[in-house]
Design a protein around this ligand. Sequence first.
Ligand code: SAM
Length: 237
Amino acid sequence: MNAKDLSLRLQKAAEYVPQGARLADIGSDHAYLPVALMLQNKISYGIAGEVVIGPYKSAQKQVAKNGLENKIDVRLADGLEAVELADEISAITICGMGGVLIRDILQRGKEKNRLSGKERLILQPNVGERQLRQWLFVENYTIVAEAIIAENNKIYELIVAEKALTTPEYSAKELFFGPQLMQEKNPIFIEKWQHKLAKSERILASLHQSDQDVAEKIEAVTEEIAWIKEVLADAGK
Ligand code: SAM
């Protein structure tokens, strides 16, 4: 394989990996990301961490096929347990999972002392971006970059974060939309939130039909709808 084989989504994640990084890719089905980055000479060392035996074996095969066994370690482990502080990892990619799962992997990694705090985190949640940003905020990370891309009729967000001494006071709205994405409001962002607005309005209508006690849920969805309308109106949509 070469870098061209990466999906647009993984290419975007790759862009944020600093030159010469020691990279840990967690949830590294096929080890595509570390292998492509090593073939580009963009990383100096890689770990491909996988918790499931099938993808772990695929990752091993991919590394061997490219003759990179001395440069990329494939480790069967849960989350950041694939990493030791002695590995001196400088960038961690966690892509293609739910934001809550990514958050839980980071939280367990923190509790098990697998994060030095010096790593750049490059995260690509499929859903649950808000919960992930919330964790980053509470843990004193600054969101240094964000991206939103469309591929195969899906929209993906990327969040790049680094630990800082002082972090911005992100508002609830910024955690919901992404602080940089909501400033930029590019066409893919608009498309995502137009779609979400229609979905939330359908959810609200069905909640109003419910005979359960859904008052809190109605309040939360109503607030989300108001925020989305506000952001879209700011963009002239
Ligand atoms: N990162 C690749 C990508 O973005 O294309 C693969 C994404 S795939 C949908 C998610 C992978 O994460 C699966 O191979 C799964 O086995 C792995 N995974 C899920 N939970 C994990 C965990 N706690 N630790 C390590 N790997 C995990």
